[in-house]
Ligand binder design. Structure first.
Ligand code: GAF
Length: 385
């Protein structure tokens, strides 16, 4: 059963009537372009088939009720809140994500109460953007109930405001833009500064390739200090260099730029500048149908995130190394880091061997067994019914 059908069925059971509509949004994998979004740079995500669905109906008052379905359909309902009373800190835990969206849309005049029922299968805490998929589906639901048409770039910015200022995670625009704008069989080449994007065909399966997602089960969080520290480091470096963002440092000007920076900021700048270049080169290779040639760029991205940006962890490094050792064309951690998931680009006929090697490497180190699946670029957010 789809997540939209699960949410609609649970809504009917809980509220005794069908929902006015159901909206859903996917999680994402970022093929390459990590920690570049808040530096005004380039990213290249695609949407997962895993989705979060929100079944919703408007209410006659300004109360927001939110129920989520846990494993095996067990519902959990958060304390109802008046939308007028929402403020940062008033709601914590999972309900802060939909509540933060209601808070930010209130500023846009969308302030009518609603009943929301959530069902989803995006793995939580796995760096696959489960929270952004929930925020995107909630935003589309509340806007849809209000009959309000808004651009995806505005919705993405409002969601960023909710994440940064209500949830307290200083994240950029990558995840929600991916969830809102990706299309099946494509990666989304996004220039975060201009907001311009291009759908680049990415039909790896037809070329005998697969993107294997390795969820390390080492839980990650963008509210933890590591993410914010890196972001502040980049902002400080840009300020010292006198540029609006690290996007403005060119690859050819990198050496001279870093030489004028304090030691601790140099590797951050090096990562961001080289990662932007890797995104551009990956796009070029995909456009010219040289899929296998992107493997080394993925591996270089991982090395840069591990050694320069320092947001990897043992579980991610072991996954990437084991995958490459078993024949993956390239492998890298994805998302904010410090846990979460890695991806490996593999020939379809080598996939079983790569999976077995990663599993064995985890057993050898007594890590929790990883979860693995092939990620097929899927559709972005929308209304299901
Ligand atoms: C997380 C954030 F939410 C994104 O904005 C992005 O910065 C990413 O980490 C790192 O590329 O997913």
């Amino acid at each position: 059963m789809s997540q939209a059908a699960r949410a609609a069925e649970a809504f009917q059971r809980l509220h005794g009537r069908a929902p006015a509509g159901v909206w859903s949004a996917p999680g994402r994998v970022n093929l390459i372009g990590e920690h570049t979004d808040y530096n005004d740079g380039f990213v290249l995500p695609f949407a997962l088939p895993h989705r979060t669905a929100v079944a919703a109906s408007a209410r006659d008052d300004d109360i927001l009720t939110v129920t989520t379905l846990h494993d095996r359909g067990r519902p959990e309902t958060a304390d109802p809140v008046r939308i007028a009373d929402l403020a940062p800190g008033t709601v914590t835990g999972w309900a802060a994500y939909p509540s933060g969206v209601a808070w930010v849309l209130r500023e846009q005049g969308v302030d009518r109460g609603a009943d929301l029922v959530i069902a989803g299968d995006v793995p939580a805490g796995a760096g696959l953007s489960s929270s952004h998929s929930l925020e995107c589906a909630t935003a589309l639901a509340l806007l849809g109930l209000a009959g309000s048409q808004q651009s995806t770039s505005d919705i993405a910015k409002w969601i960023q405001h909710a994440e940064n200022d209500f949830v307290g995670a200083p994240t950029g625009l990558l995840d929600q833009t991916a969830s809102l704008c990706c299309t099946a069989a494509h990666v989304l080449f996004l220039d975060v500064r201009s907001g311009e994007s291009d759908q680049v065909p990415f039909d790896s399966v037809r070329r005998g390739l697969e993107v294997l997602v390795i969820d390390t089960r080492a839980s990650h969080s963008n509210t933890a200090s590591g993410y914010g520290d890196r972001r502040r480091g980049c902002e400080r470096a840009a300020e010292i260099l006198g540029v609006p963002a690290l996007r403005d440092v060119s690859l050819s000007g990198l050496d001279s730029a870093v030489s004028s920076l304090p030691e601790e900021l140099r590797p951050l700048v090096k990562h961001v500048v080289t990662e932007n270049d890797r995104v551009l080169r990956t796009v070029e290779l995909l456009r010219t149908d040289k899929y296998t040639a992107i493997g080394p760029l993925l591996s270089d991205s991982h090395a840069s995130l591990r050694d320069d940006y320092r947001v990897s962890c043992d579980e991610l490094n072991v996954a990437a190394e084991a995958a490459e050792g078993a024949g993956a064309l390239g492998a890298r951690m994805i998302g904010g880091g410090f846990g979460g998931s890695a991806i490996a680009l593999v020939h379809s006929d080598a996939r079983a061997e790569v999976e077995a090697a990663v599993k064995a490497a985890y057993v050898a180190r007594s890590f929790t067994a990883p979860r693995m699946f092939t990620a097929v670029p899927s559709a972005g957010a929308g209304q299901d019914r």
